[in-house]
Design a protein around this ligand. Structure first.
Ligand code: ADP
Length: 128
């Protein structure tokens, strides 16, 4: 068929983040979403540092939740990717705060994200 997703073993994207197939900004396509059409969300592993979190300082995470997620993620991995908005090649995260912090505290280099493309107007809506 016309659309072929390159499936990377997660371990190869986690170590040193060597990207062999990328869309933009070091995003390594992993699985899911089929890659069809190009307009839908894409599931990718992004380095934590590549995701801007404009609201991070305004909301405190529940540390008990973060700890529980750290234990669970260590054991079974992230089961639900966090939602990320891509505007002009820059990634923004507004939710998934506990999962993001759990990854930070575990020292994981990347996090699995569901990336949706948006415009500057979409971004403004999120920042309101
Ligand atoms: P967040 O701020 O990250 O959204 P919540 O506590 O509101 O934190 O929700 C945690 C989310 O993390 C849930 O949607 C849950 O399905 C998801 N999740 C993904 N991976 C795991 C995991 N390994 N263990 C527990 N929950 C997980």
């Amino acid at each position: 068929m016309a659309n072929m997703m390159l499936r990377l073993p997660i371990s190869s994207t986690m170590r040193g983040f060597s990207v062999s197939a990328s869309s933009s900004n070091g995003a390594a396509p992993s699985s899911d979403s089929g890659g069809g059409g190009g307009a839908g969300p894409l599931i990718v592993e992004l380095p934590l540092g590549n995701i801007r979190r404009p609201l991070m300082r305004t909301r405190a995470n529940d540390q008990k939740k973060v700890k529980e997620l750290m234990d669970s993620i260590s054991e079974i991995g992230l089961q639900v990717p966090i939602d990320v908005l891509e505007v002009d090649g820059t990634y923004y995260g507004f939710s998934g705060c506990h999962r993001y912090e759990a990854h930070q505290q575990l020292g994981l280099p990347t996090i699995r994200c569901k990336v949706r493309k948006g415009t500057k107007e979409t971004l403004r809506h999120h920042l309101r």
